[in-house]
Design a binder for this molecule. Structure first.
Ligand code: FE
Ligand code: ZN
Ligand code: FE
Length: 212
């Protein structure tokens, strides 16, 4: 049904987003399973919990504006999830698949940020105070999820940059990172968790640099 008013458009967008979140509760466990890096697995698992909460929060939004919770196929998220599934099928587990998973996950978060930003703004325009607050809460969670994925990607870039500075021969202990990826300086520490092993290796790399 084509939306003829802002009110109708708002409800159509709510249905789209409700469908999107439900799809993501099915996609995130697969992404966690496909990820190799411990902290990436953890990021997907914790965002799954958050996403389940977002589904319930959307149900509250529907009720707050006098509508029944109902989904309508979100082709945008369906497409991004399909692309992710293809990556999982085609790529071996490891740093390249992890990089692809981060890229796909960030596309999802950006899509959601656009959806919730619009929904919260519509709710504000129509004086749906409660709906606006609820949508704003999820908007903040999606922004934080996106920032966390950026941090995960960037921390690897930084560590790889340090390693390149002086420890070219140093191999990751977890799994082999293809030389092409290491040279590109991307995701170089995928095998490291945040428990301090990375820190130790960083200081090793720094000492190696000083010796030159
Ligand atoms: Fe979400
Ligand atoms: Zn959509
Ligand atoms: Fe999300």
């Amino acid at each position: 049904m084509p939306a003829k008013s802002l009110q109708e458009l708002f409800v159509e967008e709510l249905k789209d987003t409700y469908d999107a979140e439900k799809r993501l509760t099915r996609a995130l466990p697969k992404m966690a399973k496909a990820a190799t890096a411990t902290e990436l697995k953890a990021a997907f698992t914790s965002h799954l919990k958050e996403t389940e909460g977002q589904v319930r929060r959307l149900e509250k939004v529907f009720r707050a504006v006098g509508e029944k919770p109902k989904g309508k196929t979100c082709h945008g998220i369906m497409g991004i999830v399909e692309e992710g599934n293809k990556m999982i099928e085609e790529l071996d587990k490891g740093p390249v698949l992890d990089a692809a998973l981060i890229a796909g996950a960030q596309k999802v978060e950006h899509y959601e940020i656009a959806s919730y930003g619009t929904l919260a703004y519509f709710a504000e325009m129509m004086d749906y105070g409660e709906a606006k607050d609820l949508l704003g809460e999820t908007l903040d969670e999606e922004k934080a999820a996106d920032a966390n994925l950026t941090t995960l990607a960037m921390s690897r870039v930084n560590q790889q940059a340090l390693r390149n500075a002086g420890a070219e021969d140093e191999e990751d202990e977890g799994f082999a990172i293809p030389a092409s990826i290491r040279r590109a300086g991307l995701f170089g520490s995928l095998a490291n968790d945040s428990s301090g092993r990375g820190t130790r290796k960083r200081s090793t790399a720094r000492r190696a640099t000083k010796k030159r």
